[in-house]
Design a protein around this ligand. Structure first.
Ligand code: SF4
Length: 369
């Protein structure tokens, strides 16, 4: 038997009963035909199974799901937060802490009814909430699944656990559906956004997105049991050499509301491309550059694809040799690009970030347990 709702009737139940949830799902599904679900606006027809930057077609992929005890205490409680990890991502952070899942179409493709069954299973496990991890590129599939799961008894709060690269128009479809927005706001300058996130417009996008999230749900409300009920919970991962970015993030959040709940995180470690840069920089190994060039997604008119770095079969094929030389050279440039973030943060940097949060006037910013 499913546990009773801890918060009474979530607002998504009324949306479901009025038919609005189903209509939202249909509107979102239409966005997939020439995909503009997220700010990349790739324009690919995902209904045919093709993917854009996110690499995901018509069906969502789920890499894993179940109770998670490593989330913030206001989410995990005693029974855990019910995380559903989606494969793919609309960002391509070159330091991604989760790249095995998010930089490739990882996980099993699920039809809407199967995804609904996952959501209900999470609730049956006793999890305090349904925590949708990296959901921006699969909002249509999530709404379709919710339109099935809510009439079947889904009642736990929904957490939208995002990198923050969300279109306001898509977030509007989630108004009254999502209880807790949890954007991971990374930085607010265009140059490092392009260099590290491969999204130059990330700062303006995330500013608009967080403003819309705050409009929908307000500051985070925590119940007497210590669990988040509704509101905005912001994560900010302090990055090496980028404390000035943290200052900008905190100033923006304080402008949204001085009571914005902010988890200031110190666990940055160089992953994905940044980890390859570490190996290369530390050891000066040329093959590290080669691996980097082979592994790196390259942008092409806003799209991302893997560079074909295979060696030329014909030793006399000059054009192919030149192509490969370009790739290795590109890999060297990429190493230089990532050197400054190819290390952990220092204690002093984290202390400076916390000081900046206080100086900005944020009353609920801390390293969250
Ligand atoms: S990244 Fe994915 S979700 Fe975003 S517009 Fe491109 S295909 Fe659509």
């Amino acid at each position: 038997m499913r546990p009773p709702s801890r918060t009474g009737r979530p607002s998504y139940v009324a949306l479901s009963e009025s038919g609005e949830l189903g209509r939202r799902a249909q509107r979102a599904a239409r966005l997939l035909a020439a995909c503009e679900l997220c700010p990349r606006r790739c324009g690919v027809d995902r209904t045919t199974g093709a993917g854009g930057v996110c690499g995901i077609g018509a069906r969502a992929r789920v890499a894993s799901y179940g109770p998670h005890h490593g989330e913030e205490s206001v989410l995990r409680g005693r029974a855990g937060s019910g995380t559903v990890f989606f494969g793919g991502c609309n960002l391509r952070c070159r330091f991604c802490q989760n790249s095995e899942i998010s930089h490739r179409p990882a996980g099993e493709e699920l039809a809407p009814a199967q995804l609904a069954a996952v959501f209900l299973d999470v609730q049956d496990m006793g999890c305090h909430n349904l925590n949708l991890v990296t959901p921006s590129h699969v909002v249509a599939q999530i709404l379709a699944a919710l339109a099935i799961a809510v009439p079947q008894g889904l009642r736990i709060p929904i957490v939208y656990n995002t990198g923050g690269y969300d279109a306001v128009e898509t977030l509007a479809l989630l108004d009254g559906v999502v209880d807790i927005y949890m954007p991971d706001v990374k930085l607010l300058d265009a140059e490092p956004a392009e260099r590290y996130l491969t999204a130059r417009d990330y700062p303006e996008v995330v500013r608009r997105a967080m403003t819309e999230m705050q409009r929908q749900v307000g500051d985070l409300v925590v119940g007497a049991d210590g669990l988040a009920v509704r509101g905005l919970l912001v994560r900010h991962l302090v990055m090496p050499g980028l404390v000035a970015e943290s200052e900008q993030v905190f100033a923006f959040l304080a402008g949204l509301s001085p009571d914005t709940f902010v988890n200031v995180m110190d666990q940055y470690r160089p992953c994905a491309e940044a980890s390859l840069a570490t190996a290369d920089v530390d050891r000066g190994q040329r093959d590290g550059r080669q691996r980097l060039a082979e592994a790196a997604p390259r942008r092409d008119g806003g799209r991302v694809h893997r560079e074909d770095a295979a060696p030329a079969r014909d030793a006399g094929n000059t054009a192919a040799r030149n192509d490969q030389t370009d790739v290795v050279s590109d890999g060297r440039d990429r190493v230089a690009d990532l050197r400054s973030i190819a290390r952990r943060i220092t204690r002093a940097e984290f202390g400076a970030a916390l000081d900046a949060a206080r100086a900005a006037g944020l009353r609920r910013a801390a390293r969250s347990p």
